[in-house]
Design a protein around this ligand. Structure first.
Ligand code: PLP
Length: 414
């Protein structure tokens, strides 16, 4: 690929960067170059302010109080539910369950829907590129229920084999749980087509949207997925809050997850009746401050415009890919036709961690290792990769710094 000479300005990146205070800090006496956005994105000042505004001005427990602070906190908390509903195109706010993040969302489905529906001999289909959080909950369930976990293979480009997928689907398949965008490869999977095929086979589908929610337009009704899980912290929001979307009829018919306050209608020692959606799945005092600030993050993305963000990030990806390909001995892991803005690579037989340490000394933050996808690393016969992942505030100059840093690291380690 030939390196483009310049990146078209689709975003006012300078003014966006001004909204992210952390980008002004120095690391090892160098300006921070933050390229670990797939692990977690940085937060704009508006999100940071929303957290402190809640604690400063209207800290109160939600739903149960009738005083002013409780009402203000409840309104703000529920406003996030509406914003999240709009963000992923859900039909109603009842379909938006707040969780701690993607991991908890997937586990919630495994513990409730999974225990209700999976019986011995059933098959659950995942892919070879899943994050551990979309492997382990299903392994636990399969072990408990004597069900079978089947794996959709990945080809050398880092794409799912759709042929193998179609062959694996059969009348025993009860669930397909699939990542929309791979955190290790950047591959965008054709989830709409996969959901359609799974439904024809009579299976439900959970989409792991941890990486896709920030980059792609998500419309859960158009996708027709049964569940969709994502985390706020990868969408410029706080840690400790995420969303599990589920179709209303499914959420209504599933057993409860955790027991406690908020998720009940009436409790006696003989019997408890459960609350309506979405509260049925939200036991206990939730993460109020971060949930409220999550709306600020969603507003930030909406105001900036997802299409412009995506275009900017795609330009960065093209530029970075072309530059990386010039480095002798560098091999990109994950060359799917459809990718989002991250690039994983290995260089000769140098251990990724050694490269990461040297880059950190230059103020450059990348991720190194297996990216919680150990089976995928095994598939490619490598211990891990170096991963640079881009967000809306990254620039071409930062990619130049990365390339320069890599060249120095190679010299030092060869
Ligand atoms: N799935 C994918 C594809 C991810 O990239 C991640 C996090 O990196 C997760 C699931 C888990 O997300 P969380 O740790 O926010 O629960």
């Amino acid at each position: 690929m030939k390196a483009p000479n310049s990146i078209p300005e689709v975003l006012d990146v300078a003014s966006i960067r001004n909204q992210f205070p952390i980008l002004n800090r120095r690391v090892k006496e160098k300006p921070l170059v933050y390229l670990d956005n797939a692990a977690t994105s940085q937060k704009p000042q508006s999100v940071i302010d929303a957290i402190s505004d809640y604690y400063t001005n209207y800290n109160a427990n939600i739903h149960r109080g009738i005083h002013t602070l409780a009402e203000e906190a409840t309104l703000a908390y529920e406003a996030t539910r509406h914003a999240a509903q709009e963000f992923i195109g859900a039909a109603s706010p009842e379909e938006i369950i707040f969780t701690r993040g993607t991991t908890e969302g997937i586990n919630l489905v495994a513990y409730t829907w999974g225990r209700q529906h999976i019986i011995p001999g059933d098959e659950i289909l995942i892919s070879a590129m899943e994050h551990h959080s979309n492997i382990v909950p299903w392994q636990i369930l399969c072990e408990e229920k004597d069900a079978v976990l089947k794996i959709i293979p990945v080809n050398d480009h880092g794409e799912l084999s759709m042929e193998a997928y179609m062959e694996l689907l059969n009348e025993r398949t009860k669930l397909v749980s699939i990542v929309q965008v791979s955190n290790a490869l950047g591959t965008v999977n054709p989830v709409k087509e996969m959901i359609n095929a799974a439904h024809k086979a009579g299976a439900r589908v959970l989409v792991d949207g941890a990486q896709s929610a920030v980059h792609l337009d998500i419309d859960v009704q158009d996708l027709d997925c049964d569940f969709f899980a994502f985390s706020a912290h990868k969408v410029y929001g706080p840690t400790g809050i995420g969303v599990l979307y589920g179709k209303k009829e499914l959420l209504d018919s599933m057993p409860v997850f955790q027991g406690g306050g908020e998720m009940i209608k009436e409790v006696t020692f003989e019997k408890t009746t459960y609350n309506d959606l979405p509260y049925k799945y939200e036991a206990g005092t939730p993460n109020i401050a971060d949930t409220i600030a999550f709306k600020t993050a969603l507003d930030f993305v909406k105001e900036t415009g997802k299409a412009a963000i995506r275009e900017h990030e795609n330009n960065l990806l093209d530029y970075a890919t072309a530059q990386l390909q010039q480095i002798p001995g560098l091999r990109i892991i994950g060359e799917a036709k459809e990718k989002v803005s991250l690039v994983s690579f290995v260089i000769k037989d140098i251990h990724p961690q050694d490269i990461g340490i040297i880059l950190d000394n230059m103020g450059i933050a990348v991720r190194t290792g297996h990216h919680c996808t150990q089976p995928l690393m095994k598939r490619f016969g490598i211990p891990g990769t170096v991963r640079a992942s881009f967000a809306l505030y990254n620039t071409r100059e930062e990619i130049d710094i990365l390339i320069n840093g890599l060249q120095k690291a190679i010299k030092m380690l060869s």
